[in-house]
Design a protein around this ligand. Sequence first.
Ligand SMILES: Cc1cc2nc3c(=O)[nH]c(=O)nc-3n(C[C@H](O)[C@H](O)[C@H](O)COP(=O)(O)O)c2cc1C
Length: 201
Amino acid sequence: MMSKVLYIKANAKPEGASRTFKISDSFIEAYKESHPDDEVITLDLYKENIGFLSEDDIAHHNVEPGAHRDHPVLKYAYQFLEADKYVFSAPFWNLSFPAILKAYLDYVMVSGITFKYTSQGPVGLCHGKKAIHFVTRGGEYSEPPLSNFEMGDRYLRIILGFLGIQDFKTFAVERIDRSATDTAILVAEKSQEASELAIDF
Ligand SMILES: Cc1cc2nc3c(=O)[nH]c(=O)nc-3n(C[C@H](O)[C@H](O)[C@H](O)COP(=O)(O)O)c2cc1C
């Protein structure tokens, strides 16, 4: 069955300059080769000019379950719901991901579209989907105690779980801000590893 992949990129640095994008782009290229019938939609959040939810946006940011509302503020939530797989690519900034990704998620999280409220509490509406998060970090945050300071990957994992997406993988590359030579080797190795992962994604 044909799948729709949403490739969500969150970095002020463009292609060519971003190590994170280099690694995730390798994954996407290999994915396209191994899944020629799938549709890959690239959503570069800086190019999209994602802003912060405004007062007016909030007023339209709610849909009766089962109803369809046509309002520009809802476009990212509907686009997210229509996808089967998500590829997030974001550098580690100040113990989390860049703020533009949080701003985007504020548009995706719409009750009546991506989740709903029930008498038992909120329930996700994005079941049966899967996600991978590509992140590069200057330092090392994968082992305790510093792993407690990693709030970007954890936030993404938890909020996607809230939407019903339990299949969530992290592809983290750490200590990337070493000497330029080491970094080039590390990025090349990790790009290769990422492209091998794409075949079974
Ligand atoms: C604004 C900013 C904040 C950062 N904060 C952290 C941080 O808290 N911890 C860390 O290990 N690296 C931090 N870094 C380093 C980046 O995580 C690292 O350079 C990353 O590989 C950048 O990826 P890129 O080449 O795709 O931009 C920060 C970099 C920037 C630009």
